[in-house]
Design a protein around this ligand. Structure first.
Ligand code: BGC
Ligand code: NOJ
Length: 819
């Protein structure tokens, strides 16, 4: 069952009924001001940091779902009928409804009783505000007298405090109303020099700033007394719950349309010009006024929309493909890079599943987020790498996250995840391959953000490698620490206290738990580090990395192999995890894909066997589960992984992030059909037809799809903010379609299924546009790498690496003929 459809031409997903299984959302803004907007106009907004600068409230686990966000009411002042064009919260029936989520904007259109509205939501580039531009049309044959009410419930800035510290914050709320604009000025009188404001483009008929006055005592947002009665009282909030609610009235002749724009914005004032006049208590609104006046002009939102769309077209030009498979094309061309941009911006901080409170920019996460996206935003990737590396600890370890406002690392959600540093090496390697910008390696970068501690970025890579080598266990495999990529495999924690965080509870001392997965990841990273050292002519460092790769590979061969797949780990007392000798959790997905990527077990066929074992034991029609059998009961020695009910999250859920590793593994071992098959199992567009099962948005990946042990097998959860976005982009574009940046050129080595006749692609790479055409010869069958003919600008070349053209070459034509 579907709740809408893709409009590929417009790069939009069109939702055609408001009661989607979960809020289906979009992200507005990409620099400082961010807004999450759902298909019912729910969601929240913040400036830079979803915890510390939250503008409006959102209640995550509310009933009904998704009440809160951008309240817009249309009232027929003749009949008293009122409704929400986004359906919520009144849920009054609409004659028609569509929500179009586009790239950086959302349009909700609805009609009731001959009154049509179309509201465009966007965050204009370069501004710290959001626009809700409503075009109201009277389709009746008689004039219509209408009121429009726009309302927001302000968050008192710190989203955590706002939801918990009531003894204080039921008294602190303050507003200031001036010239029809509601300013939210809580704490501005003391240490804040920022405020929020809510304004309307047309003269205001009335306002409320006290929630109770707007809604009425014991009423909810579905029945505001002010909307019901059609009049506002001009309340001023003193503590309790400040809101911004504005009413504007309009009379529309038959067929007439008018635009009404509500704007929610954020303004910072210089500390010495907070008040006007200085010394008074009146907030200085001059800066905000100038912005508001700009947004009162008609046509402004259309210009912003055009700019947003043009910006995305430009960015997306970096890779466009035509494969004939709509699920591949629309994800690669539009939605997958778009999701990558959102994960790049917000890491794991703010979604409908992440409260924006606990988790900032993950060290591991942000490094991986770059992998699938560096080609779209190389300059921002460069800056991001330097920011992340600057938080690295002097021993090469990492804080697990850093806060976007301060860019400083913190241990709030734990420390000592021993895989963290290796991902930095992979991110830097990806950046170098994409850009060739070796100069980044000489950039001075601090350790733990300490001024004066700078050493070149290259040194950070070296210490990342050392970090693992300094922490080897009894089998010569890397110590796992608190956990590795699988945050829930906590082999040293032994938590028996209800509610204790597995992320922050102390590790039991003397643990020797080791991770076979980190061993594979280390080999992958150390190979990259070796190549980078070689590029810099640092042969001693290169050979050190080479030796480390050899030693680690030997340890994997000796202690990582279980007979038909790679083991996952050794626990605190040295018992294997992910082994046929275990009762549960016999085989895990993570090491099987990672070994293939690291080039371990390719020569002796073990990796091929491991990949076959995954297909046999872990693959389901909805994707590949993390391990089998699921843990039926809690295992003190394993940690959080066994705390989840079987089939959910890390306990044998389909953790989508890992599936691309197997797609890549299938490609590397030459199984084109297998790779694309896995790709399509979790591709959200390919799951659109089962939206009632999948439940999350069909245009973005979710972190998790419930595994085969779960009663709700196939149900997705935690959409948007997941490493799945970047890794799927890598798997499909670089390995299946085979368009892969390398230091010395662009490799084009498709491994596509026999039933594809070919595809076309354009790829921008280091200033040149590659026009790629792949066609299959007469012989059908899986494409084995090597059996290809490559013609570059009319001349056949050996191999599949397209050498770099003369700098400044605008275009290169690449023709590939597969056997
Ligand atoms: C989740 C993981 C997450 C970790 C750290 C766990 O509860 O299951 O997916 O990475 O918390 O926030
Ligand atoms: C989500 C976290 O953001 C990511 O870092 C981790 O690898 C996965 N969960 C698996 O636990």
């Amino acid at each position: 069952m579907r709740y809408g459809h893709f409009d590929d031409e417009e790069r939009e997903y069109v939702i055609t009924r408001p009661d989607t299984p979960l809020p289906w959302i979009n992200y507005l803004g990409s620099e400082d001001y961010f807004a999450l907007v759902s298909n019912t106009a729910g969601g929240y907004s913040f400036y830079r940091d979803a915890r510390l600068r939250r503008l409006i409230r959102y209640r995550y686990n509310n009933a009904p779902l998704d009440v809160g966000g951008r309240f817009l009411y249309v009232r027929d002042d003749d009949s008293g009928d009122y409704w929400n064009p986004g359906w919520q919260p009144t849920q009054r029936e609409l004659d028609d409804y569509t929500c179009r989520h586009g790239l950086g904007y959302t349009v909700i259109a609805a009609g009731r009783g001959g009154i049509r509205t179309e509201t465009l939501y966007l965050v204009p580039p370069g501004e710290t505000l959001e626009v809700w531009r409503t075009r109201v049309t009277n389709e009746r044959s008689v004039p219509a007298r209408l009121s429009l009410f726009g309302a927001v419930e302000f968050c008192l800035w710190d989203a955590q405090d706002d939801a918990t510290n009531f003894q204080r914050n039921l008294s602190t709320g303050e507003v200031h109303v001036e010239d029809g604009v509601v300013y939210h000025v809580t704490e501005y009188r003391e240490r804040r020099d920022h405020f929020a404001w809510f304004a309307c483009s047309t003269p205001m008929q009335g306002f409320e700033t006290s929630r109770e006055a707007f809604l009425g005592a014991y009423r909810g947002w579905e029945r505001p007394i002010a909307v019901e009665g059609g009049a506002m009282s001009g309340s001023i909030a003193n503590g309790w719950q400040p809101v911004g609610a504005l009413q504007t009235t309009l009379v529309l002749e038959p067929g007439e349309s008018r635009d009404v724009t509500f704007v929610l914005g954020y303004t910072e004032n210089p500390a010495d010009r907070k008040f006007d006049p200085p010394g008074s208590r009146r907030p200085n609104t001059s800066g905000a006024r100038a912005v508001i006046d700009r947004y009162r002009q008609t046509g402004r939102a259309d210009a912003d929309l055009a700019a947003l769309r043009a910006g995305w077209e430009e960015r997306l030009r970096s890779l466009q493909v035509a494969t004939g498979d709509p699920h591949v094309d629309r994800m690669v061309n539009t939605w997958n890079p778009y999701q990558c941009m959102v994960t790049f911006n917000l890491s794991r901080s703010a979604s409908m599943f992440e409260s924006g409170i606990g988790r900032g920019m993950g060290f591991r996460d942000s490094n991986q987020d770059l992998l699938g996206f560096v080609h779209v935003i190389p300059e921002r990737a460069r800056a991001r790498i330097l920011d992340i590396a600057a938080t690295q600890l002097p021993d090469g370890g990492a804080y697990h996250q850093y806060q976007p406002l301060t860019k400083r690392g913190n241990d709030d959600i734990g420390a000592g995840f021993n895989d963290d540093p290796a991902w930095l090496v992979l991110a830097v390697a990806a950046y170098l391959k994409e850009t060739g910008d070796l100069a980044i390696l000489d950039e001075p970068v601090t350790w733990d953000n300490a001024e004066g501690s700078e050493t070149p970025l290259h040194d950070h890579l070296r210490r990342s490698i050392d970090f693992t080598l300094d922490r080897l266990g009894p089998h010569g495999l890397p110590l796992i620490g608190r956990a590795d990529w699988n945050d829930c495999l906590n082999l040293n924690v032994f938590s028996d206290q209800p509610g204790e965080s597995f992320q922050t509870a102390p590790n039991r001392p003397g643990g020797v738990a080791e991770s076979v997965f980190i061993a594979g990841l280390f080999v992958l990273a150390a190979r990259e580090a070796e190549a980078i050292a070689h590029l810099r002519g640092e042969e001693a460092e290169a050979s050190r990395c080479r030796d480390a790769v050899a030693t680690m590979t030997a340890a994997i061969e000796a202690h990582g192999w279980d007979g038909a797949w790679y083991r996952r780990a050794y626990d605190h007392v040295g018992t294997p995890v992910g082994s046929a000798s275990n009762e549960e959790g016999q085989i895990y997905i993570e090491p099987q894909g990672m070994m293939a990527m690291a080039g371990v077990g390719l020569a002796d066929g073990r990796t091929r066997t491991a990949i076959a074992s995954v297909r046999e034991r872990l693959a389901t029609p909805h994707g590949i589960v993390l391990h089998q059998p699921a843990y039926a009961s809690y295992h003190l020695e394993l940690g959080e992984i066994s705390s989840y009910p079987p089939g959910y999250k890390e306990n044998a859920g389909i953790f989508c992030h890992t599936n691309p590793w197997l797609m890549i593994g299938e490609v590397i071992t030459g199984n084109a059909e297998g790779a694309l098959d896995y790709y399509l199992r979790i591709n959200p567009s390919a799951r659109e037809a089962i939206s009632d099962v999948h439940r999350c948005e069909p245009y973005v990946y979710a972190q998790m799809i419930a595994g085969r042990d779960a009663p709700t097998h196939g149900e997705a959860k935690n959409s948007w903010l997941t490493g799945t976005a970047a890794w799927n982009m890598v798997a499909i574009s670089q390995w299946i379609l085979g368009i892969r940046p390398e230091q010395d050129g662009l490799r084009v080595e498709p491994v596509i299924p026999g039933y594809w006749t070919g595809f076309r692609a354009t790829r921008q790479f280091r200033g040149t546009t590659y026009e790629i055409e792949v066609a299959r010869g007469t012989r059908r069958g899986p494409a084995a790498t090597g059996s290809v003919e490559v013609v570059v600008d009319g001349r056949p070349i050996d191999g599949t690496l397209i050498p770099l053209p003369q700098p400044g070459t605008p275009r290169v034509r690449v023709e590939i003929r597969l056997a």
